[in-house]
Write a protein that binds this ligand. Structure first.
Ligand SMILES: [Zn+2]
Length: 259
């Protein structure tokens, strides 16, 4: 990664910004420009139906050199408050580094159902042929959301107008992440209908589930995107198979002009 993409914050007294009303102070932390702006972003909180008490999530787990990223729509309240039977793994500290570390180390814990379902996509032939992870797929798979902010209700319950505003507020963050970590990821799994629709727009046509295509997001940044919808129930092993097949096929075609 480019050295110039890093902020070196040397002083104990550097005040970096606010996400709520509290001040953020940094102690000798090195982070990328994009990390800096996401952790400090308060744009969605200004007048939109987001939960102010929850800071934005840069990523779940680290993103460096991950050949695959899964992109979801936005983080759930449960990640912070521990509902859904999971522990509250994400920190709400005013200390940016504490929050950042809780996000980077997210998968040291057993994640909740939502992620357990996604882990299955990367088993079987994907593990054999594409990503040779040892203990868990997150060694090779990154996770980010299109919208970094937690909303009061589930995404589908928001007014379309609010959905649009939140996506517009937050999308530069994802665009910057993709630019900053290039040439990673090689493959993006656009997970869920709203994310499928967002990526579809770049490719100039509507994309259906299990389809994959090279998506020109910016010059120099055109990852292959595989479109997978999120189900309201747990997929059976049989329903996971076509997802694995698509991941393997998309990987085989990475360098090909067919994409
Ligand atoms: Zn936001």
């Amino acid at each position: 990664m480019l050295k110039s993409a890093y902020h070196r914050i040397a002083s104990m007294d550097d005040r970096l910004g606010e996400w709520e009303t509290g001040r953020l102070w940094i102690r000798g932390v090195t982070m990328t420009n994009t990390e800096y702006s996401v952790h400090n972003c308060g744009k969605c909180h200004q007048k939109h139906p987001t939960m102010k008490k929850y800071p934005p999530v840069f990523s779940f787990g680290a993103l460096e050199q991950k050949p695959i990223w899964v992109v979801g729509i936005n983080p759930a309240e449960a990640e912070y408050d521990g509902s859904n039977g999971s522990a509250p793994y994400l920190s709400r500290s005013t200390d940016i580094e504490e929050r950042r570390q809780s996000q980077l180390r997210y998968f040291d814990n057993k994640p909740y159902d939502f992620f357990q379902q996604i882990e299955k996509f990367f088993g079987g032939e994907v593990r054999d042929k594409v990503v040779d992870w040892k203990a868990k797929p997150w060694e090779k798979v990154g996770f980010v959301d299109l919208v970094k902010c937690v909303t009061k209700d589930g995404w589908s319950k928001l007014k379309p107008q609010d959905q649009r505003t939140l996506v517009d507020n937050c999308k530069p963050h994802l665009e910057h992440q993709l630019f900053e970590y290039r040439p990673w990821p090689k493959l993006i799994v656009a997970y869920g209908k709203p994310v499928r629709e967002w990526f579809s727009r770049f490719s100039g046509q509507y994309r259906s589930e299990y389809e994959y295509a090279r998506v020109p997001i910016q010059a120099e940044c055109a990852p292959v995107v595989l479109f997978i919808d999120q189900r309201g129930y747990k997929r059976s092993e049989r329903e996971i198979v076509p997802i694995r097949q698509s991941i393997v096929k998309a990987f085989q075609l990475l360098g090909s002009p067919q994409l």
